[in-house]
Design a protein around this ligand. Sequence first.
Ligand SMILES: C[S@@+](CC[C@H](N)C(=O)[O-])C[C@H]1O[C@@H](n2cnc3c(N)ncnc32)[C@H](O)[C@@H]1O
Length: 190
Amino acid sequence: MSITRYLQSLKRSGSVRNIPNISEENATFLQQIIRGHARTHILEIGTANGYSTLQLANSFWDIEQMPDITTIEFVWNMHLEAIHHFETCGAKKITAIHGDASAVIPKLCDGYFDFCFIDARKSKYLDYLLDVLPKLADDAIICFDDVVKFRSKMENLYTFLDTKKIPYHIEMTDPDDGLMILEKRNLPRE
Ligand SMILES: C[S@@+](CC[C@H](N)C(=O)[O-])C[C@H]1O[C@@H](n2cnc3c(N)ncnc32)[C@H](O)[C@@H]1O
């Protein structure tokens, strides 16, 4: 089965089971950033069944060009299911880590990731951001999902960005929700 067909089937299966996978529109937008900025080391927080991870990998579905992806999930069954999909698809450049992001992130390599996709607990978005900053390369791009629909759950993130005058962009690719895009170089070094 082609990766496109596999992703369509995984999205349908996620929808039936109420797994909040990213929309196809948002996946396409993330792929455009990854391709356009030649991202090679990706960190994802919130794997679920691995749908978004495979979409990120599908930015370049070629073993030479595919970015290395590290993805974190704390629900054991979701983590196992995601590994099954990665293996079935032969996505060898994905490393799936089981654990709470707040415990896993500090153990990751400093300055390593050039793209970070954050899609776990909405009320923790600011915590994830502050935790991942040391792990990101200077030119890293950070994207958050669901920043409009669930804004009330992440007011501390908006307050932090507004108070520190950190520029961000919200892309409404998906009529249902938006992606927030930040650049590490615009964040304070502390
Ligand atoms: C919105 S879903 C992720 C959907 C996935 N990114 C996709 O689009 O296919 C959020 C996932 O984050 C996981 N999660 C929430 N908080 C977490 C944490 N602190 N550490 C690791 N995983 C977490 C949840 O178990 C859930 O599977």
